[in-house]
Design a protein around this ligand. Structure first.
Ligand SMILES: Cc1cc2nc3c(=O)[nH]c(=O)nc-3n(C[C@H](O)[C@H](O)[C@H](O)COP(=O)(O)O)c2cc1C
Length: 318
């Protein structure tokens, strides 16, 4: 897939997810085949005020290129200033704009999906960013109830100069409930010339292939299904490449992944930013023997105990 002049080595993307897609997790997704990864969303206002915590969300490394950094805000001027600052610090390959987050924290300030009610402002934001940055600008939206309103926004984003658009097939009101509407995504793909990336409910090999085929989109973006499961990218890439399901040992794969993840968290000195047990629960989601695993994580006193009990469980499962 190509976004502006940037060649992306594939078409399976990791979704930006606040408090989830930190650098170690993104690196693991990359290792397993994610073609492009994005930072967690960064507040433009916070960047302007030089908030270290917010700016640090853009930290990356050479192994993570190409890198997308996502910003949110509601003022074309402030967002452009913030994006220029981000360009200066991190030189990302892509700057993405969040027009999809339904969380009150953003929408009460007119950011994220609240902007979907103001198509003209969306246009201004994307235009101002595209005109002033050297980095390609992309946008991530949700759908609206009405297909024509949704198409109007998608067209405005394209004509304002965006280099690609990601569409999560749910409305703001749906939050994360119901099913993603890929019919709307397909219609957007049919009308736009820039790359369109389909997002929402891509859970496994079959849904990845179906979404690509049904929508005709240039790429797919995976969010929740990848939480604690970076290996999913390898499974999907393998299936799309060969038509065959990858054989692997679920239990030992998950344990190896959580071990590597903790190792990277330590290497990048990020351990203090996460709840270790909650992360362990993500990495073991969907494993057989779920209740037993959750209990052992709950009583573990530290990472070593978590890993030891998971390893023991794998041995018994053999
Ligand atoms: C915990 C969590 C955090 C998220 N944070 C962001 C974010 O920072 N920026 C964004 O554009 N979307 C964010 N999203 C939405 C996802 O990127 C994605 O659009 C959504 O989860 C639908 O895809 P999925 O069905 O594959 O999960 C978040 C979703 C979750 C579950």
């Amino acid at each position: 897939m190509k976004i502006a002049d940037l060649k992306i080595p594939g078409n399976i993307l990791l979704a930006p997810m606040s408090n989830v897609t930190n650098l170690p997790f993104r690196l693991m997704c990359r290792k397993y085949g994610a073609s492009l990864t994005y930072s967690e969303m960064i507040s433009s206002n916070a960047v302007i005020y030089e908030s270290a915590k917010s700016i640090n969300r853009g930290i990356s490394c050479e192994d993570e290129r190409p890198l997308g950094i996502q910003i949110f805000g509601n003022s074309p001027e402030i967002m452009t200033k913030a994006a220029l600052r981000i360009e200066q610090i991190y030189q990302p390959e892509i700057i993405d704009v969040n027009f999809g987050c339904p969380a009150d924290l953003l929408t009460k300030n007119g950011c994220g999906s609240a902007l979907l009610r103001s198509p003209d402002l969306i246009y201004e934001i994307v235009k101002e960013l595209s005109d002033n940055l050297t980095t390609p600008v992309t946008a991530k939206i949700r759908i609206l109830e009405d297909i024509d309103d949704t198409l109007k926004i998608a067209h405005l984003i394209e004509s304002a100069g965006a280099s690609a658009i990601t569409v999560h097939g749910r409305t703001r009101q749906q939050q994360y409930s119901g099913k993603a509407n890929h019919e709307y995504v397909r219609k957007i793909k049919q009308e736009l010339s820039i790359p369109v990336i389909a997002n929402g409910d891509i859970l496994d090999e079959a849904s990845a292939q179906h979404t690509l085929e049904y929508t005709g989109c240039d790429g797919i973006m995976i969010g929740r299904a990848a939480m604690g499961n970076p290996f999913l990218f390898k499974r999907i890439a393998h299936y799309l490449g060969t038509g065959e399901l990858l054989e692997y040992n679920e239990c030992s794969q998950r344990v190896a992944d959580i071990r590597e993840y903790y190792g990277l968290m330590e290497e990048y000195k990020l351990m203090h930013t996460v709840n270790i047990k909650a992360q362990a629960q993500w990495f073991t989601r969907g494993m057989r023997n779920g209740r037993h695993i959750r209990n052992s994580i709950a009583v573990a006193k530290n990472i070593d105990e978590i890993l030891q009990s998971l390893e023991k469980m794998c041995k018994h499962a053999k």
